[in-house]
Design a protein around this ligand. Structure first.
Ligand SMILES: Nc1ncnc2c1ncn2[C@@H]1O[C@H](COP(=O)(O)OP(=O)(O)O)[C@@H](O)[C@H]1O
Ligand SMILES: Cc1ncc(COP(=O)(O)O)c(N)n1
Length: 474
């Protein structure tokens, strides 16, 4: 998909043409650029603007469109009326969806357009306009809205006045959420919200979002889908912004987060628990379970504790579903809870004389640890993860140890399930996604929750033999 950005240059690379080309590429498009203005700019502000002659903007546009198919256009900084006129006239000659980001001021507060009203002739030629709250107010000749209801109301009026779609953006409002909504004259068509991330590095967010939106629309042909994808990308790029060290003011977002973001934290966590994993493998209980020499009584003790554990674990998964920020994760954790209540516990009961046991101190310690994390979604799912991941890992070796006539053969069999592999991969993915959005203190709490649960897993497997275990992960 060939995506054209018509915008100004930001030498610091975080906004304008430079941001657009990065965002287009990161979203799978082929980026092209017609420059409307040079700015002298860094992360602290804009110290000069030199607009390109309108005629030369036209020359760039016509030369390009004479040769290249253009699948979508994104428009950013236009600087003055002459350039707006040149772009408007050229748009009449092309047939491509147009995302217009009505850039008026930089994040630093510097003016990038002489007069808001000058944009009016261009509005009806756009397919989607993406004003922030200040720009939305300015386009209507009103004050910037301070609450989301008024933003939506203003967006609807702007959409109606110019017969376009308006992407209303709540990034500048107060509150824990950053909602964005696609609004037509008839009202809200789609709305996506994300958590507000604590970072000052938001230089170029508007340029980046509008470029991602144009690119995703060219690929999908659907504005709501394009917005959902662009918003997800935006959140990841803002989430990784602090990994970059560019300038001392408002730094850029990490456009290539999906390609060159920090090393996978999940791999590091897995390494952190290497001693615990080795410890589990060496437990008498696991060794005997694998070779079949495990006493029936010890197996039943383990099963009884596991059943008691799983009842509480299902409640913890249901709680994770209740806390989860969006539909996919809500569904995933609720499904996990349901499967335990219907399937796993059934299997335990078939091996057990029911109602025999009370939870041991080891079992209680583990479930209490899980419960202690249950007011924070990221920490709770980090605490939940070892039960998936360690079981899947040990399960592979246990299933491989199975043989004809193994006394615990049907039990070992249950470990060799592709569905469980898939669920484990999904659980890891959900924890990774939550980690990306967490601040450093929360990330450390997540890691600790994961480590503690891994220790409880070791103690849990050890308890039937009352083996003493030493914890060594920091
Ligand atoms: N701190 C933040 N955390 C998460 N998303 C943000 C944050 N700041 C801006 N965004 C998102 O970045 C996008 C650009 O929005 P906004 O900042 O309102 O526009 P502009 O850059 O044009 O002023 C929106 O999707 C907005 O929700
Ligand atoms: C050349 C240029 N174009 C646009 C912006 C707006 O930046 P933001 O996306 O932060 O509003 C900018 N600072 N510089």
């Amino acid at each position: 998909m060939n995506i054209l950005s018509i915008a100004g240059s930001d030498p610091s690379g975080g906004a304008g043409i430079q941001a657009d080309l990065k965002a287009i590429a990161a979203n799978g498009g082929y980026g092209m650029a017609v420059i409307t203005a040079l700015t002298a700019q860094n992360t602290r502000g804009v110290s000069g603007v030199q607009a390109i002659d309108g005629d030369f903007v036209t020359a760039q546009l016509e030369t390009l469109s004479a040769d290249v198919r253009i699948d979508a256009v994104k428009i950013g900084m236009l600087a003055n009326q002459e350039i707006i006129g040149a772009v408007a006239a050229w748009l009449d000659t092309v047939n491509a969806p147009v995302v217009l980001d009505p850039v008026m001021v930089a994040t630093s507060g510097d003016a990038l357009l002489e007069d808001a009203a000058a944009l009016h002739p261009l509005l009806a030629r756009a397919t989607v306009i993406t004003p922030n709250t200040a720009e939305l107010g300015a386009l209507l000749g009103e004050a910037a809205a301070q609450d989301w209801e008024l933003v939506l109301e203003q967006a609807r009026r702007l959409a109606s006045a110019h017969d376009v779609l308006v992407l209303a953006k709540g990034g500048h409002l107060a509150g824990a959420q950053c909602p964005d909504a696609l609004v037509s004259a008839a009202g809200v068509l789609a709305e996506f919200s994300s958590p507000r991330l604590a970072t000052k590095n938001t230089h170029g967010t508007g340029c980046t979002l509008s470029s991602a939106l144009a690119t995703r629309f060219a690929a999908t042909g659907d504005w709501a889908t394009a917005l959902e994808q662009a918003k997800g990308y935006m959140l990841r790029a803002i989430g990784a912004a602090d990994e970059l060290q560019v300038g001392s003011g408002h730094g850029p977002v990490h456009h290539f987060v999906d390609f060159f973001g920090a090393a996978d934290p999940m791999a590091a966590w897995w390494e952190d628990i290497a001693p615990l994993r080795a410890g589990i493998d060496e437990l008498e209980f696991i060794v005997q379970l694998a070779d079949g020499s495990l006493e029936r009584e010890k197996f039943e003790y383990y099963l009884a504790q596991d059943a008691l554990y799983l009842q509480r674990y299902a409640q913890v998964l249901a709680q994770a579903s209740a806390l989860a920020p969006e539909l996919d994760s809500q569904r995933f954790w609720a499904k996990g809870a349901g499967e335990i209540l219907e399937g796993e516990l059934q299997l335990h009961r078939s091996h057990l004389v029911e109602g025999l046991a009370n939870p041991s101190a080891t079992t209680l310690n583990y479930v209490n640890h899980l419960s202690s994390c249950n007011s924070s979604y990221p920490e709770l799912i980090a605490a939940i993860l070892p039960c998936y991941w360690l079981y899947q890992d040990i399960g592979k070796r246990l299933a491989a140890a199975n043989y004809e006539g193994h006394p615990y053969g049907d039990w070992l069999q249950t470990y060799a399930s592709e569905e469980f592999d898939e669920s484990t991969a999904q659980a890891i993915g959900m924890v990774r996604a939550a980690w990306k959005l967490a601040d450093p203190a929360q990330r450390e709490r997540m890691r600790q929750a994961f480590l503690r649960s891994s220790e409880h897993e070791l103690a849990f497997f050890a308890q039937a033999h009352a083996e003493s275990v030493e914890f060594s992960t920091a």
